[in-house]
Every structure is written in C-alpha cells, then in structure tokens.
Design a protein around this ligand. Sequence first.
Ligand code: SF4
Length: 437
Amino acid sequence: MDNGTEREAIQRIRGRTTQYVEASTTTSGALCSYGSVAAFFPTFAVNFSPRPSARARPQAIVKNMTTELLTSPYTAIEPEPLGQSQREGVARALLDWYARERRQLPWRLHGDPYSIWISEIMLQQTQVATVIGYYERWMKRFPNVAALAAAETEDVLHAWQGLGYYSRARNLREAARKIVASFAGRLPESIEELRSLPGIGPYSAGAIASIAFGADEPVVDGNVVRVLTRLFCLAGDPKRAPLHGQIWALARALLPSGRASDYNQALMELGATCCTPRAPRCSLCPISPHCAALKQDRVQEFPHSAPRPPVLPERRAAAVVVRRGRVLVVQAPARAPRWAGMWQFPDVELGADEAPSTRLEASVKSSTGITIAAGASIGNLRHQVTRFRIDIEVYACRAQTGRARAIDYDAVCWSPPEELPRLAMPAAHRKIAREML
Ligand code: SF4
C-alpha cells in the first residue's frame, strides 16, 4: 500500500479527514496522530511513513494503525481537523467574548508590568476573589518595584500571610532587588530575562511577556490546560511528557499574532468562568462549535489527571508560653522547609506514642533555653499544608526558668498579645493567636 492509499484507508475507517504522520527524527521525534495537528507544529518536518507490514496485509495494518493511534502514548493529541480558518474562528470568538465578558479586575485597570507580575504570582493556586483583597493591600504597601526591593523580608511575608506558599513572597522581594540591580528598576521584556528572576517560571514569564508587553508568547496554566484538552480531546497526563510539551506547542500555534495579551487572558478567563472543572457552561461557551469533547459528549473525561499523592498525617503540639503578660513566639529559620522566616508559637512534631506535654517541655527547653511546665490543652486545630494534614494540639504553658534564646530559631521574643497581629505568622499559628489567647 503506498502512502496515499494508506491514508485514504484510514480516512474511510475513521470517517473523517485523518492522516498518519510521523515527525522527523531530526526534530523532537514526537509523533502526532493527525496531519492537521502537525500544522500546529510548524517546526516539525512531517513525513508519511508506511509500516512494512502494511505492504503485506493492508487491512490488518490499517486496523493496527488505528488501534495504535488510539492507544500509543503519542496519540495523546486527537483533535478534529482544525484548519487555519477555524483557528482564526476560535481566536476571533474568544477575543469577542473576552471584550464583552471580561471581569473588571484591579490589575487590569492600568496593566503595568509590576501589577501584572504581582497579580500573576498571587493568582497561582488562589481564587481571584481571594486575591483581590491581598492585591489591593499589597499595592498600597509596595506600590512599585523599588518599594518592594527596599522592603524587609518580614514585611513582605506579613503582606503575604494567608496566601500560603511563602517562598513566592520571598522570591518576589528577591526578584525586585535583582530588577533594581540589573534592569534599572524595570521588569525586563524578554522571556529569557524574565526567567532569570527568582520565582518566575515558564507560565509567569509567558503571562508577563504577553499581557504586560504584548509579546507573542503563550501561557499554559490549569485553566488553559482544561480548555485545550477539552477542545481537542487530548488524552494523557498534562503535567508530563509528551502531552505537557504538546499543550505548550499547541497554545503557541493557536496564538493570534499581535493579540497575545487579550487572547491569553481570554483563554484563562474562559477556563476560570466557563470551562470550569466540574460544571462547564458549554451552552455559553464562545468556542463550543469547535469543541471536540462537547461533540463527543466526553467533556468530563478531560483533562486526565494522575492520582493525587496520598495526604500525610502529621501530629504536632504547640506551646502558648506566658510570662508577665507576654507570650513567647519564635521565628523559623530562613532556610526552614516550612514557614521559613515566619513567626509562630514554639511547636514540635509528635511521634506515634509520644506524650505531648513531656515532648513539648523538652523541645521548648532545647530550642529556646526556657524551662516550661505544660498545662492543659486549650484547643486543637487541623491545617493542610501541601500534602500534609497537620493536627496541632495547643497547650497553655507556664515559663519557669531561663532566658529565651534563639537556639533552633532565627529569633525569639516575648510579645504582648495585642502586638501579635503585626508579626508575619502562618495561618495555623495566626488562628492560635486569634482564638486561643
Ligand atoms: S464547549 Fe464546554 S468543554 Fe468545550 S471548551 Fe467550551 S466550556 Fe469547555
């Protein structure tokens, strides 16, 4: 069977315009299952290659190839054919919809690079509704790169407290200092220079370059992944190869030149407000005529996701140590794996059979030099940090002897309870301060 006959046979079987294409081994070596998809990847040199057995048993090989297209890891992309005019149709529909429906968000008022940068970092794994308040307070406190660069780490952590992922706040400050030192206080425009800044990865660089500077750069976040995997019925784990790279290539290929700022925001907005994880509003979706998952009634299948790692329980005891009306708080070391640089009540992880009060007394003594007597439990709380589910039992403790020293911490202090809100504290310890003192 020659290449053309083979393609025609597949087309008959699939009943639509499909082609078997193999990317040249001079490129990434990845396979695309459809010729039309290869058009999205202009850097791929596309070769049509008959399999040897096809010459012997044409019907069998067509069947095998069809099976392969459906099961090979390289058949992750299985969209309906989508030519240039349809791609333009998708882009136009999205841009028109965005012009009508875009949400009025504070960082969209001015669109300056600093605002875009701060909002994009805050929006990672946090809902827009939550971010708005944080963003507005942040901009009052650190209105520009220079103000952020000049701020103390503790002030930056304080402004960030409650958003979690505190390394992001530290990276923002470090990046601001680098922008002042190396880029004359202005965010750089190129992807490479943006990527050289602490805390800026492929997503953030693409978002800043396209939204703030109008560069033709794609963005791929969770919302974009959801829309594209549904639009094209892309199977596979979008966090891993080959689909991860294919989605980035697809996002780039779909980008309408010169409209990246609005287009990227439109795609993300669609994922956030319309193509939502559990109840997508397909009847209101501007690109529904092009959506393969909707046509095939498979919307809930996409995106595929790997099983979540198991949640790990962690048992801790925390000490509220009071002396002369003040309470003991400690600052976690700058390199601590959790809550680095933040203030908290002294606490300790408990082994399976350990008695909390004995362990807590020993821990406070060795880490601060204070001898305490642990009293009754005054409450407990449960808190989730990444994949750890932390149960903290809180004990009222009395200081007996010793002068507080920062043995295992960066700093210790006896704080009046009313001063605690001024300290940067993780949410769990903020809750202890608010509810148990
Ligand atoms: S039609 Fe539905 S599933 Fe498809 S992109 Fe739109 S909202 Fe998502």
